[in-house]
Design a protein around this ligand. Structure first.
Ligand code: FAD
Ligand code: NAP
Length: 336
């Protein structure tokens, strides 16, 4: 196991921010992790998957643990379901393709999300009406405090809207080693998002399948979202804000065209991208930091922006939304 020193993190984050790690190690199995963390005091450690949901505003003065635990195993099956375990370091979309290739249903709406399997539970990744929690069975995680591996079932993870126990409860305490999913042998397709139905129509698909829904999602994403290989970004910079009925009623009087979707317990989810666009930010650019031209929820690095510049732009955007709509935007991206 090689611990490297003074490593550039530029290739390891989709925002393409230049930051450095004092120490850097690639973790290929749980035993390696255990032996490193046995000695380490845990300070200034950063766990990194694909780096597609992180903004570096400073160097890492300690150790970066790059999760590279691989392997996909079918654990068990019954008449209706497949239980499949994937290592934290597996690429998310490769795992989705693996499942689709075997006709295992449930992951198709989550096609083409960048990053790793191990990070997926952190914010309960979601897209097009499906969230990780819908296909989650259990995970194993290393507890830095007690230096032991624990198993977490669905109820232990407190999954919420782009949120979990690992993001809000005990942030940074647990390192996810693997995740087990429960997938369907018979597809129950979710085409509740209009964009999917429209794309299936464009594709001339009359009877949707796991594959065609996945392809529709891929097509939409490729047409709307900046490819991190070309323009640095970490997807949605903010979460969609959730407001109560009273706040929604008052806002919709002033903004009858405002998109809004019913959320949990009578609350209403607003589209952060729309709010940002109304404030005039879409396509804005200051130096190399900008707000994407096609999706205002995505902040971008056109080349050499620093993490601080992107962060400051995010603050300005959130402040203007707060001023105009009296709605707070919470960052989705993890800031280091
Ligand atoms: P990283 O950025 O490496 O890490 C994210 C956080 O998780 C960090 O705090 C890190 O410390 C922690 N972490 C990583 N791995 C582990 C582990 N094994 N154990 C414990 N902690 C860990 N997200 C969505 O939900 N839906 C989308 O549709 C979506 N679309 C996106 C589109 C684009 C173009 C981009 C760039 C991003 C998008 N994202 C989306 C955000 C991102 O892809 C997800 O959040 C993804 O799960 C991040 O995975 P990662 O491995 O890159 O995580
Ligand atoms: P969109 O289709 O332009 O819609 C804007 C917002 O409205 C979305 O954020 C979505 O909320 C919400 N929405 C749309 N139709 C809905 C419906 N039928 N029911 C409930 N909510 C609805 O969004 P987009 O930016 O192109 O993204 C499409 C999907 O990919 C979304 O699910 C989005 O979350 C996901 N995505 C996520 C990221 C990320 O980094 N987190 C990046 C790109 C795309 P939700 O976000 O709650 O779904």
């Amino acid at each position: 196991m090689l611990i490297e020193e003074n490593i550039s993190l530029l290739p390891y984050n989709s925002f393409h921010i230049e930051a450095r790690a004092k120490h850097f190690v690639s973790i290929a199995d749980a035993d390696q992790l255990g032996s490193i963390l046995e000695k380490d005091d845990g300070k200034s450690q950063l766990v990194l998957g694909g780096g597609s949901n992180i903004l570096f505003t400073r160097d890492v003065k300690g150790l970066v643990l790059k999760m590279d635990i691989r392997g996909i195993t079918m654990v068990k099956e019954n008449d209706s379901h497949i239980f499949v375990r994937a290592g934290a370091g597996e690429n998310w979309h490769s795992f989705v393709r693996y499942a689709i290739g075997r006709n295992w249903a449930g992951l198709e709406n989550l096609s083409l999300i960048p990053g790793s399997v191990g990070a997926a539970p952190i914010q309960n990744i979601g897209a097009y009406g499906v969230e990780l929690k819908d296909v989650f069975y259990e995970l194993e995680a290393y507890d830095r405090k007690n230096k032991k591996v624990y198993t977490f079932g669905l109820n232990d993870c407190a999954f919420g809207y782009r949120d979990s126990f690992f993001k809000s409860g005990e942030k940074n305490r647990y390192i996810i080693l693997n995740v087990t999913f429960i997938l369907n042998k018979t597809a129950v397709l979710n085409t509740s998002y209009g964009a999917i139905r429209e794309e299936l129509g464009q594709m001339d698909v009359r009877t949707p399948s796991i594959r065609s829904v996945s392809q529709a999602v891929i097509n939409i994403r490729q047409s709307k979202l900046p490819d991190p290989a070309e323009i640095g970004n970490a997807g949605s910079f903010f979460k969609n804000p959730v407001v109560d009925q009273a706040r929604f009623q008052s806002l919709s009087k002033d903004y009858p065209d405002m998109p809004a979707y019913p959320h949990e317990e009578g609350s209403v989810k607003l589209a952060a991208g729309w709010l940002i666009e109304q404030c005039g930010w879409k396509g804005y650019r200051k130096g190399d930091a900008g707000v994407h031209q096609r999706q205002a929820l995505v902040l971008v690095n056109y080349g050499h922006a620093t993490g601080k510049e992107i962060f400051d732009l995010g603050e300005e955007v959130a402040a203007s939304v707060k001023k105009r709509f009296a709605v707070g935007l919470e960052r989705e991206v993890n800031v280091w």
